[in-house]
Design a binder for this molecule. Structure first.
Ligand SMILES: C[S@@+](CC[C@H](N)C(=O)[O-])C[C@H]1O[C@@H](n2cnc3c(N)ncnc32)[C@H](O)[C@@H]1O
Length: 213
């Protein structure tokens, strides 16, 4: 996702620091997220973009805690601002890159991971950057509680096919799979920005849920 440079965001995001967003200091909450959010379960979305999903889920599930991770600070402002507008206390945003996940979370601290419309990195030589590549799966396994789940949505079929192979080779159990989520029986309570945009263009949405054993 690319945004036109908006110089005002730098000051605006500073105003949301700690209450709604962490800028380079999320590690101070390592092992404390359940307590901080006041919830027994913690769900994390990696690459949350402008936050329709993570903020929508936090609104829909006040009994759960949510953290959205977004590497572009200028984009991370938007979910944090949405959470502030809705006065949500059960969602925080980390402006940072998923390669640093172990700095922010303790092993076993996360109950559920969401990957929605992750960047596809279509060039073959960039496959290690895909968020479903096995090196990332190793991180997720460490940070998820035993038996934790990963839910993944994308309209990008080559990325989906690549991911299914990675999941299977890593030994994950696939417990849900659809190549057309919007015409399936699976629940899909909150759409992401990309999901709304690309399904409106007629793209089918692929979905799977996998369990780390
Ligand atoms: C294609 S957008 C999808 C946004 C949103 N999830 C949606 O479905 O509408 C992918 C987002 O993931 C972010 N992203 C990509 N790689 C990331 C990483 N390694 N760590 C954190 N965020 C990342 C990008 O900056 C971008 O905002």
């Amino acid at each position: 996702m690319r945004l036109r440079h908006k110089p005002w965001i730098k000051a605006a995001i500073e105003e949301l620091k700690d209450d709604y967003v962490y800028l380079g200091d999320a590690a101070k909450n390592k092992g404390q997220w359940h307590q901080l959010l006041g919830k027994e379960t913690l769900a994390v979305e990696i690459g949350c973009g402008k936050g329709n999903f993570i903020v929508g889920m936090a609104q829909l599930h006040p009994e759960q805690g949510f953290v959205g991770v977004e590497t572009q600070e200028e984009i991370a402002y938007y979910p944090a601002h949405k959470a502030q507008e809705q006065e949500l206390k059960n969602v925080k945003i980390i402006a940072g890159d998923a390669t640093d996940l172990e700095e922010w979370f303790e092993p076993g601290e996360i109950d559920m991971l969401y990957l929605n419309f992750s960047d596809p990195w279509p060039k073959a030589r960039h496959y290690k950057r895909r968020l479903t590549y096995r090196d990332f799966l190793h991180k997720y396994k460490q940070l998820l509680k035993p038996g934790g789940h990963l839910r993944f949505k994308t309209d990008n079929r080559p990325l989906f096919d690549f991911s299914l192979v990675e999941f299977q080779e890593f030994g994950l159990e696939i417990i849900a799979l659809s190549y057309d989520l919007h015409h399936s029986d699976y629940d899909n309570p909150v759409q992401t920005e990309y999901e709304a945009k690309f399904s409106a263009l007629g793209n089918k949405i692929n979905f799977c849920e996998a369990v780390f054993k």
